[in-house]
Design a protein around this ligand. Structure first.
Ligand SMILES: [Zn+2]
Length: 196
């Protein structure tokens, strides 16, 4: 990052724009921008231009997806919002998904490959506008990694079987886990319980 800063600073001087850097607000804005660029590149910039480095910050649980399709095949197979979330690491707007306010018994599976992700017994109303769970149904079906898309580290969740982006997990959930799995509705399909 410092190298980048020096290069850009040098370029600005050469163009006789060095006076701009004397302006404190400009300097702060430039440093902030460079910090974000540096963080994004360190994290592999997942979900934006990070196609060449699709799996940043591997964890001990990381493994290769077993369900593989080309992006064209995924696009043809999935509804637009589901494709955007799963394959482009998109995020649906809060309180707009089909499942944030769903509390009927059942299980939630990956919309890309059907892998079991969560159970309604661990779903809780967090007030955030996205389906929230305190625990994964099968932890081996979910891969955790770190992303810096917002400029600070967050724990991203992806499906272990198809590599689809699901959402993030935060440490502000209810006991006993203290975790809040914040998942896009579009990334999941609800399988209602057959029990009445
Ligand atoms: Zn999947």
């Amino acid at each position: 990052m410092h190298t980048v800063f020096l290069v850009i600073s040098g370029a600005l001087s050469m163009k006789r724009f060095s006076g701009l850097l004397r302006n404190a607000r400009m300097r702060v804005a430039l440093i902030s921008l460079l910090t974000l660029v540096a963080c994004a590149s360190e994290a592999g910039a997942p979900g934006v231009e990070g196609k060449s480095t699709p799996s940043p910050a591997p964890t001990s649980k990381e493994k290769e997806p077993t369900v593989k399709k080309t992006e064209a095949e995924w696009k043809a197979a999935l509804p637009p919002m589901t494709f955007h979330v799963l394959r482009e690491k998109g995020t649906e707007r809060a309180f707009t998904g089909a499942l944030w306010d769903d509390h009927a018994p059942g299980t939630y599976v990956c919309a890309g490959c059907g892998a079991l992700l969560f159970k309604s017994t661990e779903k809780f109303e967090s007030g955030c506008g996205w389906p929230s769970f305190s625990k994964a149904a099968e932890s081996s079906n979910i891969i955790e990694s770190v992303d810096f898309l917002l400029g600070y580290p967050r724990t991203e969740l992806t499906c272990a079987k198809c590599g689809g982006h699901l959402g993030h997990v935060f440490k502000d959930g209810p006991p006993p886990t203290g975790l809040r799995y914040c998942i896009n509705s579009a990334a999941m399909v609800k399988v209602p319980s057959t029990q009445q």
